[in-house]
Design a protein around this ligand. Structure first.
Ligand SMILES: [Ca+2]
Ligand SMILES: [Ca+2]
Ligand SMILES: [Ca+2]
Length: 150
């Protein structure tokens, strides 16, 4: 992820002694939290516990999520609605959601519409479904979701 390398770059330039150690520890903690949240996300999408999910599964679950998140029922999500409920001290989670929000906001109007949200699902499934069989397995999902790289 870009913001991790950015943060590491700041750490590396800002500190002299111990910079390498600290950066390594930060990266490791980040990796663990990425893996855990990717796994939690996968489990949420794999509601029937098949060890996989399809685009249809994901869109069904995410569209329910969209309606729940759309606090003021205007049919679109603001960033405030999107990150609502994330504890303030979980800066890493807030950053991840903010990034996801920006990626989803296709027309860059500062809101994520249902269409954009569904399109995001299509992009995630296309990206993750390495063997293009229409099913995203846990392995396929974890490969793209938990990696530290883009
Ligand atoms: Ca709204
Ligand atoms: Ca938009
Ligand atoms: Ca597949």
């Amino acid at each position: 992820m870009t913001f991790i390398s950015h943060r590491l770059a700041i750490l590396a330039t800002g500190l002299v002694a111990g910079a390498t150690l600290l950066a390594a520890a930060t990266a490791q903690a980040q990796e663990i939290s990425n893996t855990q949240s990717a796994l939690a996300y996968f489990n949420r999408l794999d509601q029937q516990k098949k060890g996989s999910f399809t685009l249809v599964d994901m869109q069904r679950i995410e569209s329910k999520d969209f309606k729940r998140t759309d606090e003021n029922h205007d049919g679109k999500l603001s960033l405030e609605e999107y990150v609502y409920g994330i504890p303030e001290d979980r800066e890493d989670v807030i950053k991840r959601y903010t990034r996801r929000f920006q990626l989803s906001d296709e027309n860059q109007d500062g809101y994520v519409s249902m269409d954009e949200y569904m399109l995001f699902c299509v992009r995630v499934v296309n990206l993750a479904d390495a063997n293009k069989d229409g099913v995203v397995t846990k392995d396929e999902f974890m490969t793209v979701a938990s990696g530290g790289d883009e």
